[in-house]
Write a protein of this length. Sequence first.
Length: 364
Amino acid sequence: MMKKQECDEETGEHQAMSEKDIMRIGKITQTAWRRSVRKQLHTGGTDMLFTPSPWERCSGFRTEAGDGYVWADALAAGDDVRTGYYAVYHAAGELAARNVRARGAAVYVMLPQESREEQLAGIAAGVDCACRELEIEVTSFQGEVSAAVSHAVVFVSAAGVQQDQKIIREKARKDGGETSPEKRLTHREIIMCGYAGLEGTLRILDEAQAELETRFVSAFLEQTKELTGELVRPDQIMNVYGCDRKAVVRQIGSGGILAALWELSDTAGIGFEIDMPQIALKQETVEICEFYRLNPYLMTSAGSYLILTDESENVIRALDEAGAQAVRLGAARDQNARVIRNGEEIRYLDRPAPDELEIWRSKR
């Protein structure tokens, strides 16, 4: 066990940072995580189902009886009352990607100063709406008003019991990245389930409807609101494991589908080649992103997933039968190159960029 003095010394070493170390907006980068987080963590419990990594969003442990308890943490920030709705979807979706059904959810809300109680009530209603849709029990709901935040922030921790004795356990590499038990899955295909940027589109509409009404007719905006039903539910994505127990599934979160492709590649230790035109986009997302000059491929997409599988036809068929839209994007490759084709044009995937929703909010 580390002594208090040793702990204080390690903490003090990192209190003084130069200006060049100022972090960008959005999720902590892979480089920053490796440099400033991984080296400070001391892990190694044999009962743990997961180990910390730049991408891992789940935690879990196995009891002496052999049961596996898994939970996933997620947050959503914004000025609309439906912020809590999306936080629940984020957390439950992370569990579903590990073939675990969320049973309970603990919620904590931080509200900025001068927030009205009606905002709290609206957030609670949004949380309840998502939990009823996904058949999750709210086990705890707490909150506070704080000068530390400028927007409402909703934290959700969703928990469930391991349904399968085989959960994909991702272990950190020596360099702070990830690798899965299925390293070098060179004959597998990459499938996308859901729509790129859809969650971000819906959240922008929730927060800026009055502004959007200056550009779009009411019928278009009402039609866009109805796209909430196109978010892929956790129970739908779990059908993947009925076709392929070795599938690797990742929810498309902060940074959008391009960030998720990087994470999938880093997690499985593979390269890939995909066709950009195959990425599913709703026209409503295209229109709203054009209005704000946003890139939908870099926008949060909870309720959408990437799947690495060698049973692509069966997986797509199972998802279709479950009411979830899925398409083949491309295939894994032996080389580390992350290739994106767009007709005759070939480009290589860059490291994850800041999420467009966060950039949009920071400029308002």
